[in-house]
Design a protein around this ligand. Structure first.
Ligand code: FAD
Length: 410
């Protein structure tokens, strides 16, 4: 039915993970089809900050110049305010001896960033099909995935076939669920409300995280005088957000006095988008005939939220294994995908440990207060933490006794 869209590899989802994978596969000469239910440009609820190391992958994709010229803001580091008011400030350009690919992060609207990336995938030779929703997986008699079931914009249903299907379809990935590898994560169960304001006072060149007793708020300039505002609250607290997300967000800011003053006179410039709960995981990121990348392969929490870097890097990492799997088929394909799983764990395991430690601190105000007091006095350690969050300092630097003992010894 969709003969022209059968391919060696079908990628479901054209966000950062799908676009990055598509660019690398198409360049390697693999016949690739990229499907997205949305039409670009499209919005995605996100704090819209890219770590300095994300620029390395953007450069490899050939998109860095376009992203840097797209009118976003540059972030020099992060400021974190604990519930008791203690603050830490870390910068990407620091003396720890681990230089980033860039010494600034980029903050840019996702509707702009993702369109640049998905068009780059098309320019690399992948066939991009927008407005096509994947509703299921096609399998052979032994259960191996052989394609996807699709719903086209004109209402036509069909099956598109491929030697390999890649699920890059984000949180609540239909590919992960149908493969039977998705695990529901019970902690942390949080919900996010994301929007943009113009006229927020005191925005500098750092991203900001304000942690309270009932959630946290991220602020970052995203260029053009706009500030991205992301309020993340425990699921239980967010119940009364249902039906009135904008009212909930306004009340949350008004109830946080040091922020309320900065929003005096500020004007909201985009709808409030709610998303969550987002914590999710997979038992493994592949099954015969299929692989997962980006949020589809798991996400913890936006606080350390370098999900865009993980998605871009994940695609770069997956591509050679996916090319091998698509060409080889059968048991050799499975071995290639098992190799991807090992590579993924080697690449991300350290960062996952740090993310869990930070998520625990954010959930437990005394721990967050203590961390902010220690790191507020030790700029060198705050720089190290921000460098790990920025994806260019090895996470092992934070897991060393030298660093961890600081929190125990007053
Ligand atoms: C509140 C919040 C704030 C965040 N802030 C940051 C931040 O500041 N910095 C950062 O690096 N990360 C942040 N993240 C994480 C980041 O947004 C994600 O990690 C990143 O978008 C993952 O990219 P992806 O390509 O895997 O998925 P996505 O960007 O979600 O893309 C998935 C694509 O798949 C498509 N799709 C889904 N289902 C189907 C289907 N059935 N058929 C066809 N297409 C489908 C969607 O339309 C979409 O285009 C944040 C996350 C949240 C929730």
């Amino acid at each position: 039915m969709h003969g022209s869209d059968d391919a060696q590899v079908i990628i479901v989802g054209g966000g950062p993970a799908g676009a990055s994978t598509a660019v690398a596969l198409a360049r390697a000469g693999v016949d690739t089809c990229l499907l997205d239910r949305a039409r670009f440009p499209r919005d995605k609820p996100c704090a819209e900050y890219l770590s300095p190391q994300a620029s390395r992958v953007l450069e490899a994709m050939g998109t860095l110049a376009s992203v840097e010229a797209a009118g976003g803001a540059r972030l020099a580091g992060m400021r974190v305010r604990a519930p008791d008011g203690a603050e830490l400030h870390g910068e990407f350009a620091a003396q720890h001896g681990f230089p980033g690919f860039r010494d600034r992060g980029i903050a840019l609207r996702r509707r702009v960033l993702d369109e640049i990336l998905v068009r780059a995938a098309g320019a690399s030779g992948a066939r991009l099909r927008e407005g096509v929703r994947v509703t299921g997986l096609a399998r052979d008699s032994r259960g191996r995935v052989t394609g996807v079931v699709t719903l086209d914009p004109d209402g036509r249903r069909g099956v598109r076939r491929a030697a390999l299907v890649i699920g890059a379809d984000g949180l609540r990935s239909i590919v992960a669920r149908q493969l039977g590898v998705a695990r529901r994560a019970w902690w942390p169960r949080r919900l996010a409300l994301v929007t943009h304001f113009r006229g927020v006072h005191g925005m500098g060149n750092c991203g900001e995280m304000h942690v309270g007793h009932h959630g946290y708020c991220g602020l970052a300039s995203v260029g053009g005088g706009e500030t991205n505002v992301a309020v993340v609250v425990p699921h239980a607290v967010a119940r009364d957000a249902a039906g009135d997300a904008a009212g909930f967000l306004d009340r949350w800011i008004a109830g946080t006095p040091h922020l309320a003053a900065r929003f005096a006179g500020a004007v909201r410039t985009s709808p409030v988008r709610a998303t969550g709960p987002f914590a999710s995981a997979v038992r493994r990121a592949w099954a015969p005939g299929a692989a997962l990348v980006g949020d589809a392969a798991g996400f913890l929490d936006p606080f350390t939220g370098e999900g865009i870097h993980a998605a871009l890097r994940g695609g770069e990492l997956l591509a050679p294994f996916a090319a091998e799997a698509a060409r080889a088929g059968g048991a050799r394909a499975d071995r290639a995908l098992a190799g991807y799983e090992r590579a993924r764990r080697t690449e991300f395991a350290g960062k996952w440990r740090v993310e869990r430690l930070v998520a625990a601190a954010v959930s437990f105000p005394p721990l967050m207060n203590r961390a902010a007091h220690v790191l507020g006095r030790r700029k060198d350690l705050a720089d190290l933490l921000v460098g790990v969050a920025g994806d260019f300092v090895p996470p092992g630097e934070l897991l060393r006794p030298r660093f961890l003992l600081r929190f125990l010894v007053p």
